[in-house]
Design a binder for this molecule. Structure first.
Ligand code: ADP
Ligand code: ZN
Length: 736
C-alpha cells in the first residue's frame, strides 16, 4: 500500500484494501479498485467493477493496488462471481503474451473472455421424464409415441421430445399437465460426454509403440517438454498422440489439441469418437453462443477432458492442463494476423511451460523454426519414417509445362490428362489441386487493356462465374461483372486471364465428360456439416474427381484416391517472401500425401515451369531434409529467422497524409546500432487494404538482442494520432 493510506485527511483509508483489476479492453494495464468491507476476493477472481459510465467484468490481477490515485477516486468492486478463478497459469500467460507481442494486457485477456454470456445468469433448462406414479389418462397415438421415447431414452426438452416423436409441443404439455410427465430443471452445461481412456486403439507397430511410450512417459512426468512428432503422412502420428491423450485421461487431467481450421476436420472428430467412445469438446468460430458459453464453463470447471480447437483455444481457462498437442504444427493459419498478432504454435509452447505439461508438435513437414529448435537441443524429436501397413508414399513426378504444354487457354498437360483417364478407368479417384478460388484471377478489357481492380485494396478482382460476380479476396468487396468496360465502354471485351478452380472444372468436364466431378473451396465447404457431406460423397464414390484449393490439402484420408495433380506449383513462389519456398514445399508435400493412403499405389504429377527450383527437386526426390538444410543455410547466411529476429511495424489509416507523417516520424527515430537494422519504410505490397493506406517498416536484430526491448524504446515515446494505427508484428509470417 502507498503512504497516502496512512494520511490522516483520508477518511476512506483506514482499513480499505485495494486490488488491481484487469479489464478485457485495449488499455495499458490493470487498475486499482477498492474491496468493500466483508468481500472476499483473491487473484484470478472474476469481478464486476464500474468503468466510466459502464459496468464491466474483469479479473483480479494482483492482490495489492499501488497507484497514486487519491483514495476518493478509486472505485469499489461491485460483486464477485461464484465461479472458478482464472487460473494462475492463464494470468501469467496473458502477461507473457502481452510482453512478447507488445500488445496491451487487456487485449490478450479479452481473447480468453470473449464469451460475455458466461457472466450472465443462466436459465435452467427444463427437461421431461416419466413420472414415478403416473395417473390414468386418455391415451392417443401421439401421446404413446412420446411415452415410448421416454421409456428407454434420457430425459429431454419439450422441443426435442416433440420433434423426435413427431408430435406438436402441445401433446408434451398435455402429458405434463396430466401428471404423466415430470418436469426437471437441469443446469444446461452439466452433461459432458467423457472420452474413455481405456477404449482400445489399434495394435501399434514397434516404431509407433516406441514413440507413444516416450510420449506417455512425458505425460506421466507432469513436467514441461516439447517433442516434435515427425512422421510422413499416414505414418500414424495421430494414433501415437492418441496414446498420450489416453494417458492424460487416466491422470484425470485435461488435454488440448490444436488443429488448423478445426471447423472442417469432421474426419478428425469422428475418428476421435471412434477411438475414445465420446466426441471431444470443440472450440472455434463456428460454435453457437450457447455452446461457447457451456464449453467455456465446462473447461473452467474441469469437466471437459479433451478439447480440440483452433488457435483461440489456447486462452481457455483450463485448471489442470496435462497435455498440449499442436497438429500440423507448420501450418501458417496458426499465426493470428489481426488484433493481437501472435503465433499459436509458439504460444502453445509458452502455455505448456506455464502449465508444466508436455507439448507435442506433430507434422510431416515441420517448420524450419521447429527443426532448428530440435537441432539446438531445445526440443526433442520422435521419428516415424514409414507409412503404416501396406501403404507406400506416393511417387512424385514433375511435369515441365514449358515442354509438355497444356495448350492455349488450357491448364491440364497431356501427361496429366492421360493419368486422369487411367486412374478413373481403374475405378480409382483423383484430385486436382489449384490454390485459387473463382474462375479467373484477372479480368482484362481486350480493347483498352483496363484491368478490373478492387476499389479498396491493391489487388485485382477475381471473377466468380457461378455467382456472376467479381470479388476481392482481401476485403470481400463484391460487384456484378459489368456488361461493358468501365474505362472505354467496349462491350463483350472482357477476357479472363489465368485459371481458378471454376475454370479448371470447365476444362475437366470437356476432357472427362463422365467424371463425377466436385469442386471444393471455402465457398462450397463452409462448416462441419458441409465437410462431412463432402467426405461421405467421396467415400461412397459418388464423387470420383475432386478439384480443390488448399482446403482439401490436409487432413482428408480417402482410401481410393490414387492420383493427385498439381496444376500450378509455382503460385506460392512468386512474391519472394521469406518463407515462400518452405511454405510451397509444405503445401505441395501435404497435397501429394493425399494420394495412395490405403495400399493402392499413389501417383503425383506436379506441373511447373521451374523444374530446376530446389523446392520442385526436393519434392521429386523426396529429400525433405536436404531441402531444409539448404534453406537453413540460406537463412543463417542472411541472419534471417530462426537465426535472427524480425518484427514488422505496419502503419495504416484512412488518410494517406497522416499515415505518411507517422511513417516518417518512425523512420526518423528508427533504431540502429550493432546487430540492429531497420528496413523501410516502404509502401506495403498491399499499399491499400480494406480502404486503409499502409506502410511497412521491418526491424531486424541479431538473435542475442531482445527485439521487444528495442521496439519498446522506439515506439513508447512516440505520440501517435488516434486516426493512425501502428501495429507491431513480432516474428512476422506475412509481409503484405
Ligand atoms: P498421420 O497422422 O501420421 O497422417 P494417421 O494416424 O492418420 O497418420 O494414420 C494413417 C492411417 O493409418 C489411419 O487410417 C490410421 O488409423 C491407420 N493406422 C496407423 N497406425 C495404425 C496401426 N498401428 N494399426 C492400424 N491402423 C493404423
Ligand atoms: Zn479489396
Amino acid at each position: 500500500m502507498k503512504s497516502h493510506a496512512s494520511s490522516s485527511t483520508d477518511l476512506f483509508a483506514n482499513d480499505s484494501r485495494r486490488v488491481k483489476v484487469l479489464l478485457p479492453l485495449p488499455l495499458a494495464g490493470a487498475y486499482d479498485y477498492r474491496v468493500p468491507e466483508g468481500m472476499d476476493v483473491a487473484a484470478g477472481d472474476f469481478v464486476t467493477v464500474p468503468f466510466g459510465p459502464r459496468r464491466m467484468v474483469g479479473v483480479v490481477w494482483s492482490e495489492s493496488g499501488d497507484s497514486d490515485l487519491d483514495e476518493s477516486k478509486v472505485k469499489e468492486i461491485e460483486s464477485v462471481f461464484r465461479m472458478p478463478p482464472l487460473p494462475e497459469a492463464n494470468r501469467k500467460f496473458v502477461d507473457w503474451v502481452s510482453a512478447y507481442c507488445l500488445a496491451p494486457q487487456g487485449s490478450v485477456l479479452r481473447m480468453g473472455m470473449s464469451v460475455s454470456s458466461v457472466f450472465e445468469p443462466v436459465k435452467p433448462r427444463i427437461v421431461y421424464m416419466l413420472a414415478d406414479n403416473p395417473p390414468e389418462i386418455r391415451m392417443t397415438a401421439a401421446r404413446s409415441r412420446v411415452l415410448a421415447l421416454l421409456q428407454d431414452g434420457p430425459a429431454r426438452t419439450a422441443a426435442d421430445l416433440a420433434q423426435e416423436a413427431g408430435v406438436s409441443s402441445g401433446v408434451v404439455k398435455g402429458l405434463a399437465d396430466g401428471g404423466v410427465l415430470q418436469a426437471v430443471a437441469i443446469d444446461p452445461g452439466s452433461n459432458w460426454p467423457q472420452p474413455d481412456a481405456d477404449c482400445q486403439g489399434p495394435a501399434l507397430s514397434a516404431l509407433q509403440q516406441e514413440a507413444s511410450g516416450q510420449l506417455v512417459a512425458k505425460v506421466r512426468d507432469k513436467s514441461f517438454s516439447v517433442t516434435l512428432l515427425d512422421g510422413v503422412t499416414g505414418s500414424g502420428k495421430t494414433e501415437v498422440y492418441y496414446e498420450a491423450i489416453a494417458e492424460c485421461l487416466r491422470q484425470g487431467r485435461q488435454a488440448l489439441v490444436m488443429l488448423p481450421e478445426i471447423a472442417l476436420s469432421a474426419q478428425w472428430l469422428s475418428r476421435f469418437e471412434d477411438r475414445f467412445g465420446a466426441a471431444p469438446a470443440e472450440w472455434h468460430s463456428d460454435l453457437t453462443g450457447a455452446k461457447r458459453r457451456d464449453t467455456w464453463k465446462a473447461v473452467a470447471q474441469g469437466k471437459v477432458k479433451v478439447l480440440v480447437g483452433a488457435r483461440s483455444a489456447l486462452h481457455l481457462p483450463f485448471p489442470d492442463l496435462g497435455l498440449i498437442v499442436v497438429d500440423e504444427e507448420h501450418d501458417s493459419s496458426f499465426k493470428q494476423e489481426d488484433g493481437v498478432i501472435y503465433h499459436a504454435r509458439d504460444m502453445s509452447v509458452v502455455r505448456g511451460q506455464g502449465a508444466s505439461c508436455p507439448v507435442i508438435l506433430a507434422s510431416a513437414t515441420p517448420s524450419l523454426e521447429t527443426v532448428v529448435n530440435v537441432q539446438q537441443g531445445r526440443y526433442e524429436r520422435l521419428h516415424l519414417p514409414e507409412r503404416h501397413g501396406v501403404a507406400e508414399l506416393p511417387e512424385i513426378k514433375l511435369v515441365d509445362t514449358l515442354k509438355d504444354s497444356p495448350g492455349r487457354q488450357r491448364w491440364i498437360s497431356p501427361p496429366l490428362v492421360t493419368a486422369l483417364e487411367e486412374t478413373l478407368a481403374r475405378g480409382e479417384q483423383a484430385m486436382l489441386f489449384l490454390n485459387r478460388r473463382g474462375y479467373a484471377p484477372l479480368t482484362l478489357c481486350d480493347s483498352c487493356g483496363h484491368r478490373m481492380a478492387c476499389p479498396n485494396c491493391t489487388s485485382w478482382l477475381v471473377e466468380h462465374r457461378f455467382s456472376k460476380r467479381l470479388e476481392c479476396h482481401h476485403c470481400g468487396h463484391v460487384e456484378r461483372k459489368p456488361d461493358a468496360c468501365p474505362e472505354c465502354g467496349a462491350e463483350d471485351s472482357f477476357r479472363a486471364c489465368g485459371p481458378g478452380v471454376e475454370r479448371l472444372a470447365e476444362e475437366v468436364s470437356e476432357i472427362l465428360p463422365d467424371a463425377r466431378l466436385e469442386m471444393v473451396t471455402s465457398d462450397t465447404l463452409y462448416g462441419p456439416a458441409a465437410a462431412a457431406a463432402f467426405v461421405e460423397r467421396v467415400t461412397s464414390n459418388e464423387t470420383n474427381l475432386i478439384i480443390g484449393t488448399q482446403i482439401v490439402a490436409k487432413g482428408y484420408h480417402f482410401p481410393d484416391l490414387t492420383l493427385v495433380g498439381v496444376i500450378d506449383a509455382d503460385i506460392g513462389l512468386a512474391g519472394g517472401d521469406l518463407r515462400a519456398s518452405e511454405r510451397t514445399y509444405q503445401l505441395l508435400h501435404q497435397v501429394a500425401g493425399r494420394a495412395g493412403r490405403h495400399g493402392k499405389p499413389g501417383h503425383v504429377l506436379i506441373q511447373t515451369t521451374n523444374v530446376e527450383n530446389p523446392v520442385m527437386q526436393a519434392l521429386a526426390e523426396g529429400d525433405r531434409d536436404g531441402f531444409l538444410a539448404a534453406e537453413a543455410e540460406m537463412r543463417e547466411m542472411a541472419t534471417m529467422p530462426p537465426f535472427g529476429r524480425l518484427a514488422g511495424v505496419i502503419v495504416s489509416g484512412l488518410d494517406e497524409r497522416n499515415v505518411d507523417d507517422v511513417t516518417n516520424m518512425l523512420a526518423r527515430t528508427a533504431p540502429y546500432g550493432e546487430g540492429i537494422l531497420t528496413l523501410g519504410p516502404a509502401p506495403a505490397p498491399m499499399a491499400l487494404l480494406r480502404g486503409r493506406h499502409r506502410r511497412r517498416l521491418l526491424l531486424k536484430v541479431d538473435k542475442g538482442i531482445s527485439i521487444q526491448k528495442v521496439l519498446r524504446a522506439w515506439l513508447e515515446p512516440l505520440k501517435i494520432p488516434s486516426n493512425v494505427r501502428v501495429q507491431v508484428d513480432v516474428d512476422p509470417y506475412s509481409f503484405l
